[in-house]
Ligand binder design. Structure first.
Ligand code: SAH
Length: 399
């Protein structure tokens, strides 16, 4: 296989920093590069339990990264770093502390260690939130890479570009130690799609380039398109969602759902517990992003999913005979009881953790230890990444 040839056949020694539940490890496995994770490092107890449960043979260091010494790093003798530093310092809700935020300390420590290592790793991949590209942490990373003799490429990618009906726009950087070069032409621009290989290697085919999350074409409805119709949505919002749902390069949500055993009422045993409670329905009805199994879209699932409603991920309409328009009709004029009666026709439920793991590309054999709660599962998944997107990037990086 061409991929093995280009990485010199021997097994790469991989260091997985901020390992969480092992999204990077699954991506590494998926792209079938001969490699072994020589250490995974994370401080989160729940995430570590999940990691250990799925990768019992991988050395997992439950300690802070800044607690590792230069000697510790040198002893690991690694060829590749895979890392997702905590993203709160770079997000809007994280107050944008950037490099002054204490949570950035461990990342700056890695940048400090890199030039001092006895052996420079050949490859480095970093994942972060959108917004990282304009942070000074990113500038510090790029400066360190240049000083240490790496070529690099930055990306902003969402799983939709691989035909997965889930938006999760993330920043990625891949770096390769010179004089080795990437199989594609690097650019100082942040790429928003996978590049084509110069080597014509089948391992990094260009994916369907149809930008499924592209803005809807301008509608001719003029002034009306910004007017709120039902829910809090404008004609423009609905048009955008309609376009996403018609993009056949993206799969349908139903391919990622758990089997629902037929039972009276729609949501079968097990899935019934994911139904939205009445209080949530009443309070957040207007803010929820609702998708049907036939849709080809869902919004990014974040760590507050199943707990906070606004902006944490889509909810599923599990009764497809009902119409959202009807369920939402004239809600304002109804009593709470009538509202609930009307809204409950839709049988709105949360996606289960397993379904979110499916959308994020985790293999079917990935599982949670029995003692982790649903809330903990949503939380660690929300912090994780899309495995297929990272697998493609690793392939591109080593190819
Ligand atoms: N890629 C991971 C998730 C990364 S989220 C996955 O697939 O699940 C960031 C992770 O960094 C969290 O799990 C958090 O516990 C860990 N973390 C944050 N600061 C850390 C530090 N200083 N040392 C070690 N781990 C840290």
């Amino acid at each position: 296989m061409s991929l093995c040839r280009s990485v010199n056949m021997e097994q790469l020694r991989v260091l997985e920093l901020y390992s969480g539940i092992g999204g990077m490890h699954y991506a590494l496995k998926e792209c079938r590069v001969p490699a072994r994770v020589v250490a995974a490092v994370d401080v989160n107890t729940t995430a570590n339990e999940v990691y250990r449960h799925n990768f019992p043979a991988t050395p997992l260091w439950a300690k802070t990264i800044e607690g590792l010494t230069l000697d510790d790093f040198n002893r690991l003798d690694f060829d590749m770093i895979l890392m997702s530093p905590p993203c709160q310092p770079f997000t809007r809700i994280g107050l944008q502390g950037d490099v002054s935020d204490p949570r950035t300390k461990s990342f700056l420590y890695i940048l400090d260690i890199l030039p001092r290592l006895a052996k420079r790793p050949r490859f480095l991949l970093l994942e972060n939130v959108k917004g990282f590209e304009t942070s000074s942490a990113r500038d510090a990373l790029v400066k360190t890479l240049k000083d240490c003799g790496y070529s690099y490429q930055e990306f902003l990618l969402s799983p939709t570009c691989l035909g997965i009906p889930n938006s999760r726009l993330r920043y990625f950087l891949i770096a390769r130690a010179l004089p080795e070069s990437f199989s594609f032409q690097t650019t100082t621009e942040v790429l928003v799609a996978f590049p084509e290989s110069k080597r014509g290697d089948s391992a990094d085919r260009t994916p369907n380039s149809a930008p499924s999350h592209a803005p809807a074409p301008n509608s001719s409805k003029g002034r009306d398109e910004g007017r709120v119709l039902y829910k809090m949505e404008t004609a423009r919002d609905l048009e955008k969602k309609r376009c996403q749902d018609e993009d056949e390069s993206v799969r349908r949500i139903q391919d990622f759902l758990e089997e629902e055993e037929e039972e009276e009422g729609g949501a079968g045993p097990g899935m019934g517990r994911y139904l939205l409670p009445p209080k949530t329905l009443l309070r957040y009805a207007l803010l929820m992003d609702i998708v049907r199994p036939s849709c080809r879209r869902s919004v990014c699932f974040t760590k507050g999913y199943g707990h906070y409603v606004e902006g944490t991920g889509s909810v599923l309409q599990s009764c497809t005979d009902a119409q959202v328009e009807t369920a939402y009709a004239a809600l304002d004029s109804l009593t709470d009881e009538q509202k609930l009666l009307q809204l409950s026709q839709l049988r709105l439920r949360y996606f289960s953790p397993r379904e979110i793991a499916n959308l994020m590309g985790f293999p079917s054999h990935f599982s949670f230890p029995e003692n982790t709660t649903t809330k903990q599962r949503y939380r660690v998944l929300g912090n994780s990444l899309n495995v297929h997107v990272v697998a493609r990037l690793i392939t591109l990086m080593v190819g």
